[in-house]
Every structure is written in C-alpha cells, then in structure tokens.
Design a protein. Structure first.
Length: 539
C-alpha cells in the first residue's frame, strides 16, 4: 500500500517540478504558485516543504476556504505519509479539530487561522503559511492576506508565505506580496469540447435533467458531473433521475447518483471518489465545491447551468445571505476543465455563447459585496484600530467601513471613535468577537443570558445563520401555493423566524418530518456548537 502511494505521488504532474519549486520557495519570503486542479499542489507542496526540513522550525499551515477540503486533504496526506491523522498531519475546522503537539503540517479553514491571529497576531507557531485556493477571494481569505503580510513584516523574514491559485490571474497576488515570484505548475489537461445552448433556458433544472439523460444514452464510458446551486436543487434532480431510471429497460446501463455539497457528512462526500457499481454510470450532482477544491476521477462530461450561490448583503434582513447569481467566465472555464483531467471530454453549457460573453471575467471579491461589520470586529479584535490603513488586497469602500463602525457602536462593541487612540473594542465587543457569528447575533446571545432565554435566542441565531434547515420539494411547494394562493411562501430568514423556534424544538429529536426533511445540521449529533454557545452565553 505504501509503495503504491509513493508511486502515485511520483506520477503527479507536480513531481518533475519538485526540485525547482523547493529551491524557489526556500529562497524568498513569498511566492505564488499557479497550478491547475489535479496537479497535486495542495497535497504535495506542503509535503515537499516538510521533507526539506521546513517543518522543524515551526508548523506548516495550509488554509482552505472550505472545511470539506481541509478535512479530506488532511486525511489523504496523512495516508500518504503513513502516519495517524492528528500526529504529524492534522486539521482544524469549526467545531472539529484533530491535531497534537506532534503536528508539523496542519490543514485548516481560513477562518480558523484568523481566530488564532486574534490571540497571536504574528502567528508565532508557524514557519510557513500556505494560502490555498486564493483565487476564490472569500472574505476570510482576503483578511488573511493582510494579517499574514503584517505578521511577515513583524517577524522580519521569519515567516514564509506561499499563495496557491488554480487560475492564471496571479499578477495581483504577486504585486500584493511585494513582487513575489510566480511559479507555474503544469497540470493534466486534455481537450474539452464546449457546447452552448441554442437559446436561453427557462427552466435550467429541467434542462439539466434532459441533458443528463441524453448524455447517458449517447456517450461512451465515463461519468457526468453536473453543477447545481445547492442541496435543494441537488435532491430535486436526484429524485427526478430516480423516477426516470425506474422506467429504463432492464438491459440499459443504470445511473448511480452521487450528491456533493458542503453540509453533506464527510463519509458521504468521500463516495464521489469511488467507482460506480458494475453496470452503472456515475452522475455527480455538485455545488461549486467541485470547481477547484476537489478532483473527481472518471469525469468525461460536465453539465453547467452557469449559476452559483454567492454571499451578499441583504438590506431586508440586515444580514449576509446566499443568493443565486451567474458565474464568472473564469469559473465557467474551471468547470469545463473538470471533464479533461484524464481523457478528452465535453462540457454542455446550458446558456448561450452570447450569455457567456456577457459574464464577468473574474468573480467579484466577496469583501466588496458583503456587510463589513464582522470584518471590522475581527480586525479590531486583532488590535488593528486604524482600519483605513489596513493593507487590504482589494479595499472596501470607506463608507462601508464607517457604516460597519456605526453598527458596532450601536451594539456597544466599540468606543473611542474620536481622538488619538482611535477605535477600540469594549469588553462586550471582545466577547462578541469570540463568536463565529454576525455581530448582531452575538450581541443577542450575550444579552439573552441576562434575560434567561439563552436557549431560545441561540435557536433563532442558528436559524438565521443558515440558508434553510427545511427543504421543501418543488412538488410540495406547488401544492402549498395552490392551497394558499393569497399567502406568499415565507422566507426562512424573514423577521418572523422566531415563530419557527417551537417547530425546531419539536423536530430536533426526530429523524424527519411528514411534509419535509430536516437538515443534518439540525439533528442531535450536530448540536455541539449550539450547546457550547448556550454555555458561553450563560457564563
């Protein structure tokens, strides 16, 4: 087994560049590595650094935007190194961690490293920080750029930074890290034929199902990867495919559907990497996780509706929410590339070529479209009181920062807006910063302990922190609309969400509902975070 893993490591596209990469990375404080998904950069570069002795002077941290990637990659690397997970190789994500004093290589979400920076701004326990999937430009990733750069300056060359991206737009990263050298890693990429819809599709889910069935009946060997926006769409399409498959002639090849999304339990996520059962074709229904975070073997065809759920500020509820938006051209190219990792493939875009030409070249950084209240609170918790001088890679508007300060002032989290000392956190603000929540929700939870209603408020905060815990299939939604034509379907995050708390309480200890399904995050096994939050609020 160990010999097979080492043979696999040597077969990766990145292996021939091992010597050059190590030489360049060790010769300078910062560098940018550009490599296509599947090249091996996420699993191999950290190991190359360990093998060259970098890990002896401090832990090598590798940040990921998504917890699924942090956990799954850590498990894979531990397997390759023949060690128990949590010893030499470990991970840390919210509500789950597996590392020890022996850990030299630590995979973690970017939010977890930011949390550490609140108590240790120089990141003193780390010798190297690798910022992976930097092209995604999440809020936490952008904050980490500034935090790591500041720590690098304070430690005077004692902290090495490696920025890794799956897209070619590396110049901005290079400029930000003082003209850091850009290193390119060749990936495996076979030709991919891209086909567009002849006209705009009114119902992209219906078009996706039709495309899957047509491809299944006409294409040769290989699996199909379909990009959808979230769990509800994935389960809807999965149900339709099951119904269609029941009508297949007995001598037809079957369809083995595998969902993939962030909230799916880890052991279910790992199923997408396994071959389909004999006599079946695997169809993976995935969110944008499969764009760059993971590489799924066997995919020969991609179906792309051209949409994604992205975070943005909603003035209606005063919180950041996820909404369906068009992808960028860069994302479209990444999706198409999934079909060409092992052999020539094809990508069916369920939108017109004209629509593609109108898409953004690259996705807008999340920090430009989200409320900055949490950003400002985290920066103040790290001791950065002069927000206007913080070294953002892409600076948000001054108006947005001022608005965030005003909100925090109303919440009692900051004081001293005038004078030489600048803005600083209050004791209450310091407590709020320890919660991985919107500041308004943190404030409500802290206040609830004085009113004796912590459990209820924590439930409300939980409901407002997710897109939806109850998933209504389209068929039931149609029945609801027909039965109550004058009553609009409620938004899960609307102000009346408190009315759903009794419903949540009655369902928490049940396996499911009659008219819908309970999200796994609402089941007892996953309530550790809620119980911990109640305890902290009552302290």
């Amino acid at each position: 087994m160990a010999a097979d893993l080492q043979k696999w490591r040597r077969s990766l596209p990145i292996f021939p560049a091992r010597g050059k990469l190590l030489k360049e990375i060790k010769a300078r404080p910062s560098c940018v590595v550009v490599g296509e998904t599947g090249s091996g950069k996420t699993t191999q570069i950290p190991q190359y650094l360990l093998e060259s002795g970098v890990g002896t002077s401090g832990v090598v941290a590798v940040t990921q935007p998504r917890r699924v990637a942090a956990v799954s990659v850590a498990k894979r690397v531990a397997e390759e190194r023949g060690c128990q997970l949590g010893s030499e190789v470990g991970y840390a994500v919210r509500f789950d961690e597996c590392y020890s004093s022996e850990t030299r290589l630590k995979y973690m979400t970017d939010g977890m490293l930011l949390r550490e920076a609140m108590s240790d701004p120089t990141l003193s326990r780390y010798s190297t920080v690798i910022l992976d999937e930097a092209h995604e430009r999440t809020v936490h990733t952008d904050l980490l750029f500034g935090v790591v750069k500041a720590a690098q300056g304070k430690r005077r060359g004692d902290l090495r930074v490696v920025v890794m991206s799956a897209t070619l737009a590396a110049e901005e990263f290079s400029l930000y890290f003082n003209q850091a050298k850009v290193l390119y890693v060749q990936g495996r990429q076979f030709p991919v034929e891209v086909l567009y819809a002849a006209e705009p599709q009114q119902d992209y889910l219906h078009s996706a199902v039709v495309s899957i069935l047509q491809l299944h009946c006409s294409m040769g060997p290989g699996d199909i990867l379909v990009f959808l926006t979230g769990r509800e769409e994935i389960e809807s399409v999965q149900g339709v495919l099951r119904e269609c498959q029941s009508m297949f002639p007995s001598n037809w090849q079957g369809i083995h559907v595998q969902p993939l999304y962030a909230a799916l339990p880890s052991h279910h996520q790992q199923q997408v990497f396994k071959p389909a059962p004999q006599g079946c074709r695997k169809v993976i229904l995935s969110t944008n996780i499969a764009e760059t975070s993971v590489t799924i073997p066997g995919v020969r065809c991609v179906v792309d509706p051209g949409l994604v759920k992205a975070r943005g500020y909603s003035p209606v509820v005063g919180l950041d929410i996820l909404s369906v938006q068009p992808i960028s051209q860069a994302q479209a190219r990444q999706r198409a590339g999934r079909a060409g990792r092992e052999a020539p493939g094809s990508c069916y875009r369920l939108y017109t070529e004209h629509t593609f030409s109108q898409l953004r070249e690259n996705s807008e950084p999340e920090i430009l479209r989200c409320t900055l209240t949490s950003v400002v609170l985290e920066l103040l918790a790290m001791g950065m009181s002069d927000l206007l001088t913080f070294d953002f890679m892409t600076a948000p508007s001054e108006e947005g920062l001022v608005s965030a300060l005003e909100q925090l002032c109303l919440l009692g989290a900051v004081e001293g807006r005038e004078g030489k000392e600048g803005v600083r956190l209050t004791a209450l603000g310091g407590k709020m910063a320890t919660f991985p929540l919107e500041p308004g929700l943190s404030r409500a939870i802290l206040q609830s302990s004085e009113r004796g209603c912590s459990e209820e408020v924590v439930c409300v905060a939980a409901l407002l922190s997710v897109d939806s815990v109850f998933l209504t299939p389209p068929s039931l939604r149609d029945k609801m609309a027909a039965a109550h034509p004058q009553v609009p379907l409620p938004s899960w995050r609307s102000p009346d969400s408190t009315g759903r708390v009794p419903c949540l309480h009655s369902c928490l200890w049940e396996e499911g509902l009659v008219q819908g399904k309970l999200h796994p995050s609402a089941k007892p096994a996953s309530c550790i975070g809620c119980s911990t939050t109640v305890g902290r609020a009552e302290q």
